[in-house]
Design a protein around this ligand. Structure first.
Ligand code: PLP
Length: 433
């Protein structure tokens, strides 16, 4: 498999380089030079494959002979070890529940797959790998859980102080071991830009073998395409299947587009956002205008400058008209989101998290203007208990917290407080042992 940088098509690397570097030196994001179609026999018979087998087939299709079958099977089998069930919510809307992993969010798929892929690639090397990751919410928890105790790998997580939920904060700050957390006085965009600067810093690169676990890493993106196949396997394939993706950095939606390019018959995508609506606005107007992020209750989507937008542009040859045909954008404020969370629960008994609720809003609005044979599957990106206060206040009921979350509250928080000045973060990194 070969990948190019979105800033320079002649800058070609192999999978190992792309996974370990994460970001190209020209600041571009890596994209596969070709996205082969999967064999029709596979696409027509998804039902006969387990989720791990789907992961293997899709990986193999992209990687070619880059990783031997035994290695690839081990990665898929270890990383993709929890289900992604499709739950029917109404006649025309289903929920693809992506929260059955250790941190209760879809990012577990990407984090676990990337951790095992990186371990595979560095298994014969001496120098430790240091993963830098900026999180607006769930990334950190998923990465921490995915990489905890991974041999030869340490993780440094940057998160915006006060802008992640208490439970998310516990997920990032209580594991210890090879996982460290920095609490940044600033926004997620500040955290992300500090990480991007660090990768280009020669002093830090001399001290560390740096790598990233953000959604910019291609190793996060690829496994996120698996569950679109896994979902289709559970859906009625004779209907028009649309996927609705609650989006922030647009990794999940980009992964869906990859699945579609590999031959999965997805008829359209819906990009659902909160008030951070740069992409829906672009799809409407043709003008792309990144902004400072706005805090909302669906905080994992509080992104004013979505990093994967350049990848989506690549997939559509930078054509606004192609992109706006394939993807419909919708954006909602917090009042609409809590309104939907409550009414969905009252009408159907289905309890969504705030990110999923944004998706259900978009799915319903979309269906108002689309045919009755259309079925929308909303990606339910996190378990509602991850946003406990918001969800309980909204429905006026206590909800049960899964054990894998509730144990965290008894653990000690360990985080290093830092300003949003890059120099302060750099000093911290240089002084670490
Ligand atoms: C990260 C996250 C999102 C946004 O996903 P992107 O791939 O960045 O668009 C949505 N919902 C939840 C719960 C998340 O953690």
């Amino acid at each position: 498999m070969q990948l190019y940088s979105t800033n320079d098509r002649s800058n070609i690397v192999n999978l190992k380089q792309a996974v370990l570097k994460s970001l190209a030196e020209d600041k571009g994001l890596y994209m596969p030079t070709s996205i082969p179609q999967l064999p029709q026999a596979f696409l027509d018979n998804l039902q006969s494959f387990s989720f791990e087998e789907i992961a293997f087939q899709v990986s193999k299709n992209l990687f070619g002979s880059t990783i031997p079958n035994w290695g690839l099977w081990q990665i898929c089998e270890t990383a993709i070890n929890f289900p992604a069930p499709v739950v029917k919510v109404t006649e025309s809307i289903s929920s693809l529940e992506l929260w059955h992993g250790p941190s209760l969010a879809f990012k577990d798929f990407g984090a676990r797959y990337m951790a095992h892929l990186m371990s595979y690639f560095t298994r014969n090397e001496d120098q430790k790998l240091t993963i830098l990751v900026a999180t607006s919410g769930d990334t950190g928890g998923a990465v921490a859980a995915g990489f905890l105790d991974a041999p030869g790998i340490e993780v440094v997580i940057l998160y915006p102080s006060g802008r992640v939920s208490p439970l998310q904060e516990q997920q990032l700050t209580t594991l210890g071991g090879n996982i460290s957390a920095c609490e940044i006085q600033g926004s997620f965009d500040d955290c992300q830009s500090m990480v991007k600067t660090a990768f280009l810093d020669s002093q830090l690169n001399a001290k560390y073998h740096l790598s990233s676990a953000n959604s910019i890493n291609i190793a996060r993106l690829i496994p996120q395409s698996f569950y679109y196949f896994e979902a289709m396997k559970q859906l009625d394939q004779s209907q028009q299947n649309v996927f609705c993706v609650p989006s922030g950095n647009f990794g999940n939606l980009t992964a869906g587009l990859l699945a579609q390019r590999m031959g999965l018959p997805i008829s359209q995508f819906i990009a659902a956002t909160n008030l951070n609506r740069v992409v829906p606005d672009y799809l409407q107007s043709g003008t792309y205008q990144p902004k400072a992020s706005i805090p909302t209750i669906s905080n994992a989507m509080d992104v004013g400058s979505p990093s994967n937008f350049v990848r989506i542009q690549e997939l559509f040859d930078k054509s606004h008209s192609k992109m706006s045909q394939a993807i419909k954008g919708y954006a909602y404020d917090d009042a609409a989101t809590t309104g939907e969370l409550l009414s969905l629960y009252q009408d159907t008994g289905y309890l969504a998290d705030p990110h999923g609720a944004v998706g259900f809003l978009a799915a319903k609005e979309y269906l108002q203007s689309h045919s009755r044979s259309t079925h929308v599957t909303v990606l339910e990106t996190a378990h509602p208990a991850k946003f406990l206060d918001t969800v309980q206040e909204c429905i006026g009921e206590q909800i049960a917290v899964p054990d894998r979350l509730s144990v965290l509250s008894s653990r000690q928080k360990v985080a290093t407080p830092l300003s949003n000045e890059y120099s302060e973060f750099k000093t911290y990194m240089l002084q670490r042992d």
